[in-house]
Design a binder for this molecule. Structure first.
Ligand code: NAD
Ligand code: DAU
Length: 342
């Protein structure tokens, strides 16, 4: 790390998909830095995703809620954080449509509680992990830049956009040293199987139907999770306080094509594809212009799209125990509500 004397880092939501990938690579790369993982362990949090690092003396886990002010203040009292990366969030758009309230509690209020603690106790750098979804939807051409208007369309993206506005305001008004990263769709190991790619893989492996929303022509810009984690590391160390950085994989593909690609990798028939009712307010297309982080900070994605998909498909094949435990548990109720009882 340059420009930051880093001895301790608070990672919130570190038991989730991106947070667990981030902690694993961060501990490897920054030996001796104390990593404190604060996670509520909601349905999406899974300590099995951190298997193997629990014995690392630099790693410390706290179960707690970022919106619990008393808890957060106690933690900030116990540690001095040189950096904070806020991954903790309710992250699934469909769930935000079924029940938005947890999204406001965690994504909006939780972020405010962390910002307030950072204001009171001090923090070297506060990185708010945000999303391309705050920009809304694109037509057939163009890309989101950091100056694109914020126009969120789902309760999830509205809550994330609100958090971005809070991070900006706490910098402008109180001098809390915030940075914001907005990333496109991640894929890779340890992603909860309610999200598109792992859901398609898990269903195909079990010869179940692959639910495709609407006409399947919605486009996402996919990035391998480790490339996102590396970008966060770079922005944390070299980014300019108060700035926003877009991060994208540069891999635009329509959902139906992605599902077909997964079926072909698994040698499964296209008859498994099933067009289902569209997601309300479904954003048509996302595409990120990442030239700012590439030119100013020297980051670039490393993983090719085909290579990343191969790694991911193989990981889900080899780690059936990880996702089958999830699918056989509490997740059943959501899946039934979302796909089988509609
Ligand atoms: P995830 O749902 O897999 O993980 C979220 C984690 O946060 C879980 O471990 C959960 O237990 C924890 N959490 C939830 N509420 C909490 C609370 N109140 N207090 C403490 N912990 C809490 O999500 P993810 O896909 O890993 O996303 C991580 C972050 O990255 C989110 O902020 C999301 O908005 C953002 N993001 C995700 C993507 C993507 O494609 N997945 C893309 C861009 C940005
Ligand atoms: O763009 C970044 C965002 O990507 C993150 O901020 C979110 O946390 C993350 O969940 C993701 O949001 P999406 O809504 O784009 O991801 P999801 O995996 O839910 O859906 C991807 C696309 O696939 C989207 O167009 C909807 C479609 N889809 C999804 C599911 C779950 C289907 O067609 N069928 C499905 O069953």
């Amino acid at each position: 790390m340059t420009g930051l004397n880093l001895k301790t880092i608070l990672v919130t939501g570190g038991a989730g998909f991106i947070g667990s990938n981030f902690i694993r690579t961060f501990l490897d790369k920054h030996k001796g830095v104390e990593v404190i993982n604060l996670d509520k362990l909601t349905y999406a949090g899974n300590l099995e995703s951190l298997h193997g690092i629990d014995g690392n003396p630099s790693y410390h886990f706290y179960r707690g809620d970022i919106a619990d002010e008393a808890f957060v203040r106690r933690l900030f009292n116990e540690w001095h954080f040189d950096a904070l990366v806020n991954f903790a969030a309710e992250s699934h758009v469909d769930r935000s449509i079924l029940g938005p309230s947890a999204f406001i509690d965690t994504n909006v209020r939780g972020t405010m509680v962390l910002l307030e603690a950072a204001r009171e106790f001090g923090v070297g750098r506060f990185l708010q992990v945000s999303t391309d979804e705050v920009y809304g939807s694109l037509g057939q051409t163009g890309k989101f830049t950091e100056s694109t208007h914020i126009s969120p369309n789902s309760p999830y993206s509205a809550s994330k956009a609100s958090a971005d506005m809070l991070a900006r305001a706490w910098w402008k008004t109180f001098g809390v040293p915030t940075l914001i990263t907005r990333c496109s769709n991640n894929y890779g190991p340890f992603q909860f199987p309610e999200k598109f790619i792992p859901l398609m893989i898990a269903n195909a492996l079990r010869n179940k139907k692959l639910p495709i929303y609407g006409d399947g022509m919605n486009v996402r810009d996919w990035i391998y999770v480790e490339d996102h984690c590396e970008a966060i590391d770079v922005v944390l160390s070299k980014g300019k306080i108060g700035e926003v950085y877009n991060i994208g994989g540069g891999n635009e593909i329509a959902n139906i094509e992605m599902a077909r690609l997964i079926l072909s990798k698994l040698g499964k028939p296209e008859s498994l594809l099933e067009f289902v009712k569209d997601r309300p307010g479904h954003d048509r297309r996302y595409a990120m212009d990442s030239s700012k982080v590439e030119i100013e900070l020297g980051w670039k994605p490393n993983q090719s799209f085909r290579g990343g998909i191969d790694l991911t498909v193989n990981w889900y094949i080899k780690n059936e125990n990880w996702w089958k435990r999830i699918i056989s548990g509490e997740y059943q109720k959501y899946y039934k509500l979302q796909y089988e009882e509609r």
